[in-house]
Design a protein around this ligand. Sequence first.
Ligand code: BGC
Length: 285
Amino acid sequence: MTNEIKSELPDIEIPTSRTPRILPGQKALVTGANSGIGKGIALELAKAGADVVVNYVVNPDTAEALVEDLKKEGVNAFTFKADVSSEDEVIQMFGEMFKRFGTIDILINNAGLQRDSPIETMTLEQWNKVISINLTGQFLCAREAIKEFKRRGVKKEISCAAGKIIHISSVHEVIPWAGHANYAASKGGIMMLMKTIAQEVAPYRIRVNSISPGAIRTPINTKVWSTQEAYDKLMELIPYRRIGEVDDVGRVAAWLASDQADYINGTSIYVDGGMTLYPGFATGG
Ligand code: BGC
């Protein structure tokens, strides 16, 4: 008789979305909302009862289609085209939001991109593009949101906080990433931007946190999940042995924006299946 070793993993169950209505009447702005993680978050916020501004830069059709999906959740939504690295466009976007929704309760600072290159051939343009969208864009939007949070203050019937900012960062705020110096630098910058703003505005009852996703199945990283070979290689970096889905991030965002998470301030929540656990050390070291 041979001793059979069972090595297969159990069938992978992916949770289905069950976001309860924990954000009724709140007004949210999601940057870069018409694809990937931004879209996943916009949908979960709408399920939770928030009205949503869908910011986008390219593909107006997908932004409009998303607005229709959000409205099916019984909330209000509209699109606004703005490049978050442009101060004027950001100011116009907030102005339009205040005109149509009256105020802002939740900012999801999500818009971001990659322009990968080995360091010695990285152009200044690639560097500047990533820093200006990923980092400067988050600063500009946070600044406009905070002005409004402070002006309006707490409205008890809406939320016990005067406002909530969620920065969408990355595991690469702490994991160095060869070939992606601009991206990793932008995410490391987001971490200190988030913590510093959180410390500065906490006395006004404004909560500022980050969600730091690992590998989530979106267009930004198609290369790492679209073939079996690439997926298997990716799994070596994820102890939980599955890729993340956008609603894994969306559900956390809805909860973190809600009063259920009222005492969480100045923190990064890693939504990464354990990617930040130094998986190489599971067998080495
Ligand atoms: C990047 C993805 C990458 C993931 C894990 C994210 O921040 O945008 O391309 O797959 O980090 O490395």
